[in-house]
Design a protein around this ligand. Structure first.
Ligand code: ADP
Ligand code: ZN
Ligand code: ZN
Length: 749
């Protein structure tokens, strides 16, 4: 549990130490020594306290890591801490996870802390703040506003709201905090701080609605999880889509709450899965705190505080919520644990699922990883017995999940990507009064524009990639660097006017379906059509009314949505992942196919899934269609074992990038040489591959190379990584070439 003392870092707290070693939010991989200030915090000087320190000409807020006896900095150059911001250290569970994360991912502790701490705390707000600001207009002379028209507009708006407005409501109207503070300085508005979250229920039932009676399978699974409620007990809840995993989480959490403990639930993207949050809020009468990107800094701080103090028994959030401190952690649930969004793909490249496992282990609590299509890593753990493998094989509504029907695309005429057989199936489904989901994992009108006279293809001038043709609005867009350009009238190579879209994207399929079925509404769901806040929710609400309609969408649609009236799913092209170079491509496309197929026939209607492919004989695709995900996963695991890939070997990828190609090559080559030399001298089994150009070598006019380290033992790999990052940091080239390390990379791109 969390209130353990800091293990051995400091023997005594009742004297003032000579020195404080502080982690600061800088990209530097080192800590900084300071002298304590005169004023001693109430708890004494201890690790985990926030301090304000002078740093060059700035002041920074950092966290005390230890209180060493000696410093490498000469006494005369040691500066003093300006102030201590806390009277007790930041929560122990949080602090442990930060240190673990920095070590595991070889990332600077200061930057790790910065990412794991709410902005408001990073800026020095008191820990106990659980307030939001309400801004109220005051009477006064508006003369000084003549030269500040936006402030004048803001004041006029506030005057229409005599009870004032919250910061978020104001910034949502396009006003800024600076404008508010400008008005405050002129005494034209005042700011009231109010408490946010409701406090815990004192008495009565925790449930707002009764639990569902469990199916026999659900009850069996729940009983098995219950066997380990008081210890580290990792479980894979492997249940087909619609098998009632969420109901199992809900009843598990109910039991955890009954013991006075808290639950942390991680979900892929709250914006994409509002239904999960709604189900939690409907079920429980206790506060359910949701951490998502839409919160203001103060709301986030309040949520953090509610979790830290135990005011919120249930915390739901995305990736970064893994860093939420809990007063009395009782269980961690990871929904859709295979989802790629749990891995951060820049800066601190952590995997929230892996950190959650480490956290559950350290706090000695159960953790449930739920998925219909578990990651191969997770499946391997379950197969080896390290995780308990719990299965739900039946849907709660007793319809078997739809089988994948492979349909041959070769030589068939296509309209908007669809062959006649698929169009006919769509027609029949609509005539029967049901809905159809057409899945196509490319947004835009067409993947590119081609010249039929000379074969020219529209390529991005900044990337090694084609530009996508969009119709709404009409332009070429690079999906890698977001470069936009107007459509050319003629081919830039041969001047021919015969330019045609090549292939289909969501816009084109939408257009085709609208023409084929003019009576039926067509809803397109992709990143472009859902830019507007709420747009996605609005479309989902419309679809759930159940009128016959067509949905065209990307993988946004694959994520756990309950679409009860969809009885036919058409996958426009299943081939993207079949022959891709990335070693996880096949795993990810199998997961996507099964997840999309799982949308069909969730209510009382059985479903059908048509999968168009140019490779109907492909053995992997066949295995998936005939025997299901687990059979394919077993085969892929065997291939990974033979190829020496995760989960049988552990990987770390060093990435290098710079504007000049030769700089990247030089630095990456030098790094590889130095590393090999060191490895030779170490008598270690770690291997080093590369450097090789990244699969997309040029992106946004920068060149990318990579170096891969691997070993069967984590400890050996870890030592090699630690050596490499030190070498990279100390090399003068690190000023012109950016180098970063990705431990357990999800993709090699
Ligand atoms: P999953 O999370 O595995 O995709 P859900 O928990 O969303 O599945 O369940 C799918 C549907 O089945 C939901 O509508 C849910 O309300 C219903 N359901 C789940 N468990 C039961 C049960 N024991 N009895 C009746 N309906 C259930
Ligand atoms: Zn041409
Ligand atoms: Zn580009």
């Amino acid at each position: 549990m969390c209130h353990r003392p800091f293990g051995g870092l400091l023997s005594s707290t009742d004297h003032t130490p000579r020195l404080l070693r502080v982690a600061l939010p800088t990209p530097l991989r080192r800590l900084f020594d300071y002298r304590p200030c005169r004023e001693v915090p109430a708890c004494g000087w201890r690790p985990g306290l926030r301090v304000k320190v002078p740093f060059g000409r700035r002041q920074l807020i950092g966290v005390v890591v230890e209180c060493p006896e000696r410093s490498d900095v000469p006494d005369a150059q040691l500066k003093s801490v300006l102030a201590c911001l806390d009277d007790a250290p930041l929560p122990d569970d949080w602090w442990w996870l930060c240190r673990f994360t920095a070590r595991y991912y070889q990332h600077p502790l200061g930057d790790t802390i910065a990412q794991a701490l709410p902005v408001a705390l990073r800026q020095g707000r008191p820990l106990q703040a659980r307030h939001q600001e309400r801004w109220i207009a005051r009477d006064g002379d508006t003369g000084p506003l003549e030269r500040a028209p936006r402030q004048a507009e803001l004041l006029a708006m506030l005057r229409q709201h005599p009870r004032g407005l919250m910061t978020r409501a104001i910034t949502a109207q396009g006003f800024t905090r600076a404008q508010l503070e400008g008005l405050q300085a002129k005494h034209l508005v005042e700011c009231h701080e109010e408490r946010l979250t409701a406090t815990e229920e004192e008495s009565g039932s925790r449930l707002a609605e009764p639990s569902l009676p469990l199916t026999r399978e659900q009850a069996g699974v729940l009983a098995e999880i219950h066997e380990g409620l008081e210890r580290y007990h990792p479980c894979l809840l492997h249940g087909v889509t619609g098998s009632g995993k969420t109901e199992v989480y809900l009843q598990l959490i109910e039991a955890v709450l009954a013991r006075g403990r808290q639950a942390l639930v991680l979900v892929p993207e709250i914006g994409l899965t509002p239904q999960t949050l709604t189900r939690f809020r409907q079920r429980f009468r206790v506060p359910v705190v949701a951490l998502h990107s839409g919160l203001t800094d103060l709301e986030r701080l309040d949520a953090w505080d509610a979790a830290r103090t135990g005011r919120a028994p249930i915390v739901i959030g995305t990736r970064s919520a893994v860093f939420t401190p809990l007063a009395a952690a009782g269980v961690i649930v990871i929904d859709e644990e295979h989802d790629g969004s749990f891995k951060q793909q820049e800066g601190l490249r952590y995997h929230a699922r892996d950190l959650a496992i480490a956290r559950a282990h350290r706090e000695n609590i159960p953790i449930v990883l739920g998925s219909a299509t578990p990651a191969l890593e997770t499946l391997a753990q379950a197969r080896s017995g390290r995780y308990r493998h719990l299965r739900l094989t039946q849907r709660a509504n007793r319809h078997a999940p739809a089988r994948l029907e492979l349909t041959d695309l070769r030589g068939r005429h296509r309209q908007g990507g669809l062959i006649a057989l698929a169009i006919e199936a769509i027609r029949q489904t609509l005539n029967a009064g049901n809905q159809v989901l057409v899945f196509i994992n490319r947004r835009g009108f067409a993947p590119t524009l081609a010249c039929h006279a000379c074969g020219w293809l529209a390529e991005c001038p900044h990337c090694d990639a084609r530009m996508t043709l969009h119709r709404q609005p009409q332009e070429l867009v690079c999906h890698h660097c977001d470069f936009h350009r107007p459509l050319p009238d003629a081919c830039p190579e041969c001047d021919s006017g015969d330019l045609r879209p090549l292939g289909s994207g969501t816009e084109r399929t939408e257009e085709t379906l609208a023409a084929l079925f003019p009576e039926t509404p067509v809803h397109r769901i992709d990143r472009d059509s859902t830019r507007r806040k709420q747009a996605f929710e609005d479309i989902l609400r419309e679809i759930r009314r159940g009128e016959p309609s067509l949905l065209v969408g990307t993988q946004m649609l694959a994520k756990g949505h309950h679409l009860p009236h969809v009885t036919l799913v058409v996958v426009v092209n299943a081939d993207a992942g079949l022959y891709a170079s990335d070693f996880r491509a096949l795993e990810h496309s199998a997961q996507l196919l099964v997840q999309v197929a799982g949308r069909a026939g969730r209510a009382e209607h059985p479903g059908r899934v048509l999968v168009q492919t140019l490779h109907p004989e492909d053995s992997n695709l066949r295995l998936l269609a005939d025997s299901g995900y687990e059979a394919l996963a077993g085969q892929l695991l065997e291939e990974r074992r033979l190829a020496g890939l995760p989960p049988y070997r552990h990987l770390a990828l060093a990435r290098f990038e710079a504007a000049r190609e030769e700089h990247v090559t030089e630095f990456a080559t030098a790094a590889a040489e130095a590393l090999r030399e060191w490895l030779d001298a170490q008598d270690t089994s770690v291997t080093c591959l590369g450097p090789v150009p990244a699969p997309m070598e040029r992106r946004q006019n920068r060149y990318h190379m990579q170096l891969m380290l691997s070993d069967t033992r984590r400890s050996a790999l870890h030592r090699a990584c630690a050596w490499l990052v030190q070498w990279l940091d100390n090399h003068p080239d690190s000023r012109r070439v950016r180098a970063s390390l990705d431990v357990d990379p999800q993709t090699l791109s």
